[in-house]
Write a protein that binds this ligand. Structure first.
Ligand code: NAD
Length: 490
């Protein structure tokens, strides 16, 4: 039987672009279907942007930037608008979460958490721009030097479909806080929650043209590609797959654009025998099955010291089997529906590959009672070898690979044995080992004996195929601004 889920109140009639303060259709009138991940039925049409729509959006942003007043407003004045955006997003967090959960298949309780985090991003960057201090250097009696910090212009923001509203806020907040104008290209699988931004920004008093949005696809000739290739867009902040990042890097090269790339991951969680196993199991179950496993920093490879390996695998599999798969709208659901049938097929193909490569100890198919829709049982493979595809490749779903190790050296070698380097999680009660391992592991971020929780001031980013550059805290301010040095001879 096809399950259904509550349709959120206030669904728009269709999803449109937002350019120069107006909701508009594509210039060529083209639209595409957006799919409900629980039924896999189209539930709304979205405008499909092309070059001409991007041209209009960039022209609007450029005009707002060139004519002001946004870029030259005092940080305190811009911060007031950002704080209002945060207040409105927080007040509307239930509505936002319902839309996000309906459109993306995320469990409603987790979508609510993400909506609140989106509000927090605006509050955080409001505080940061007011407190911003720029460098000044003095050579006594000879020279004084100081830094002028300036917004850059039109920033192109390209975002993925996992936790879309929150990830959009992670780029929108610092880009506009620093005085830029933006064109956002949301992910085509999940455009619904982004359709709330225009109302939130208008109510908060963001000047017309500072925020523009073009929906649609990424490929050549479509919205994403046209934004990357637009000569009046000097900055591109991109979050998505590593292979898309490579294409964007090449396409932006002729203009030498500023790029920030937050890409894929295959992050290791390393569990030593001296770890608090209860805490490690709870955290590593949460680390790969929360957000449906559609999380860039998911700890999707668990490396476990040999002496506790059998116990770990047995307890982990038992706990994974207790994770509740259900309708995204049900508050007791822990894993909802994957975002889209294409992604479901990809994840399920890895489940089948895993069955050939390793030992299946939990899940491995559709959960009982969910014959349709993109539902996958939390799936655990043990005895996974480093040459296995499920060890090396990003699956981006509720599927985890567990591998034993014998020594610290082998653990490190396994941890670093993928092309990715986004996050690493280390579980041990030996402090010296924890710090030395953190230093040696090839990852942009490390969590020691802790869950995936971040302080917004810290750098966020990956190494190797997981990214280029860092955002987070003042690094986001640096990315979205120029720093001009002024030198004075005394
Ligand atoms: P994707 O690369 O397929 O698409 C991301 C966005 O890029 C979409 O908006 C898409 O339309 C657009 N796009 C595609 N081709 C383009 C092109 N040639 N030019 C310009 N834009 C283009 O990624 P996805 O499947 O939406 O997202 C999942 C991926 O994102 C995973 O690999 C995940 O690890 C990664 N991710 C990384 C982070 C991080 O912070 N490192 C966070 C979330 C997701």
């Amino acid at each position: 039987m096809t399950k259904s889920t509550a349709t959120p109140a206030n669904l728009p009639e269709k999803i449109r672009h937002y350019i120069n303060g107006e909701f508009v259709d594509s210039i060529d009138g083209e639209e595409f279907d957006v799919i409900n991940p629980v039924t896999n039925e189209p539930y709304i049409k979205a405008a499909s942007g092309k070059k001409a729509d991007i041209d209009a959006a960039v022209a609007s942003a450029k005009q707002a930037f060139d004519e002001g007043p946004w870029p030259s407003m005092l940080p305190r004045e811009r911060a007031r608008v950002l704080n209002k955006i945060a207040d409105i997003a927080e007040t509307r967090s239930q509505e936002l979460a319902e839309m996000e959960s309906f459109d993306s298949g995320l469990p409603i309780t987790q979508a609510k958490g993400q909506a609140n985090r989106a509000a927090e991003n605006f509050r955080f960057f409001a505080d940061l721009i007011v407190a911003q201090v720029d460098d000044a250097f003095k050579v006594p009696g000879r020279q004084a030097n100081y830094v002028n910090r300036k917004p850059i212009g039109v920033a192109g923001l390209i975002t993925p479909w996992n936790t879309p509203f929150m990830l959009e806020s992670w780029k929108l907040a610092p880009a506009i806080a620093t005085g830029n104008a933006v064109v956002l290209k949301p992910a085509e699988f999940t455009p619904l929650s982004a359709s709330l931004w225009p109302g939130i920004f208008e109510e908060a008093g963001l000047p017309t043209g500072v925020f523009n949005m073009v929906n649609g696809f990424g490929e050549e000739g479509f919205a994403g590609d046209s934004l990357v290739k637009h000569p009046d867009v000097p900055l591109i902040s991109f979050t998505g797959e590593s292979s898309t990042g490579q294409t964007i890097f090449a396409n932006a090269a002729p203009w030498l654009k500023g790029l920030s790339m937050e890409l894929g991951g295959k992050s290791p969680a390393v569990v030593f025998a001296d770890a608090d196993l209860d805490a490690a199991i709870n955290a590593t179950v949460f680390g790969v099955f929360s957000l449906n496993g559609e999380r860039c920093t998911a700890g999707s490879r668990i490396l476990v010291e040999e002496s506790v390996y059998d116990e770990f695998v047995q307890r982990y599999a038992a706990q994974a089997k207790r994770v509740k798969v259900g309708l995204p709208s049900d508050p007791s659901t822990e894993v909802g529906a994957l975002v889209h049938p294409e992604h479901y097929e990809k994840v399920m193909s890895y489940v089948e590959i895993g069955k050939q490569e390793a030992r299946l100890v939990a899940g491995g198919g559709r959960p009982e009672g969910f014959e349709t829709g993109n539902f996958v049982e939390p799936t655990v493979f043990a005895d996974v070898t480093p040459d296995a595809r499920i060890f090396q490749e990003e699956i981006f779903g509720p599927v985890v690979a567990i591998t034993p190790f014998k020594s610290d050296e082998e653990a490190l070698q396994l941890a670093n044995n993928t092309k990715y380097g986004l996050a690493a999680y280390i579980w041990t009660s030996d402090l010296k080992r924890a710090h030395n391992f953190s230093q040696a592991v090839e990852s942009g971020m490390v969590w020691l004996n802790s869950n995936n929780v971040r302080d917004l001031r810290t750098p966020f980013g990956g190494v190797k195929a997981s990214g280029l550059g860092h955002e987070g805290g003042y690094r986001s301010i640096d990315f979205y601004t120029e720093q001009q040095s002024v030198h004075i001879n005394l």
